[in-house]
Write a protein that binds this ligand. Sequence first.
Ligand code: TRP
Length: 336
Amino acid sequence: MGTRVILSGMRPTGRLHIGNYVGALMNWIRLQNEAEAQCYFMVADWHALTTDYEDPSQVESNIEAMVMDWLSCGLNPEKVVLFRQSWISEHAELALILSMITPLSWLERNPTYKEQINTLKDKAISTHGFLGYPVLQAADILLYGATHVPVGEDQLPHLELTREIARRFNFLYKKSVLTEPQALLSPVPKVLGMDGRKMSKSYGNTVYITEEEKELSNKIRCMFTDPHKVKMGDRGHPNPCPDNPTGCMVFQFHKMYEDSKNAGSREKTCMEGTLGCSPCKKDLYDEMNAALKIFREKRKTIKKEQVAQLLKEGSEMAQKRASETLRRVKDALGYR
Ligand code: TRP
């Protein structure tokens, strides 16, 4: 297998939560340790404008918080190139060129687009930029000749569009300039939030990866457990069942954080009624706190100025590669 070129990006939404970590970042960190992989990870700050163009005032601070979290989780700038989309003008240029060859119908039938237009009803996102979101994303990927793109399931339609756009470009200009990328799906497709819905900032059910002890403890205390287990001695139902389809959320979180040796006995004692919900929550707190402590401690060693410097250096490196691809694209068009 030759060198794999890995590219992925995240919109700067601020502090990361466990869902972002398990759904994406964990996969990035795993890939950075592969000898044969060259990794590019991008702050998708132009993409942030597609939904927040009315008030972009938080973008800068969100970028800083997000990149600090990337580093806190163990993303290593000596092994990967970290860069910022808006600092590399080639992204905007290639997106413009690709927009010329992308049929509107491809964008209009994109399921992610249709879903977002429905869920973000109160935002005015019937814009050219929002419809063209996947064209910009295709430019992000194709500029680096990425062979593999680690993403969550929700991004698969965008990846398919990227492949179609690359194919169309190569076909129209009779040169194979652009590489069709493959998706690398995260092993854990989605993490549920404290309330059993998908973990998401907009639902207010997140746990931040650098959550402080006090807040973590509060959040765990507020989690609901089996509604039929009210007093000491009641038998619990930790697993999903028809009247409680997500099961007990505390138990679901134990599955992620607990040593698998203990999981069996926890389930058994809960079902027998000998394990109460309070001590069970206390155990969860201890497990999660131990895991998050590592990130919190690491975060203390990272300085804000370091983030700007890293992005500057990374962006310079990334731009070299991006400008070569853009040159080849222009050559294929016959533009000087
Ligand atoms: N659309 C992606 C998301 O919302 C972010 C993104 C932008 C991206 N450009 C990318 C992901 C390029 C992978 C590759 O999560």
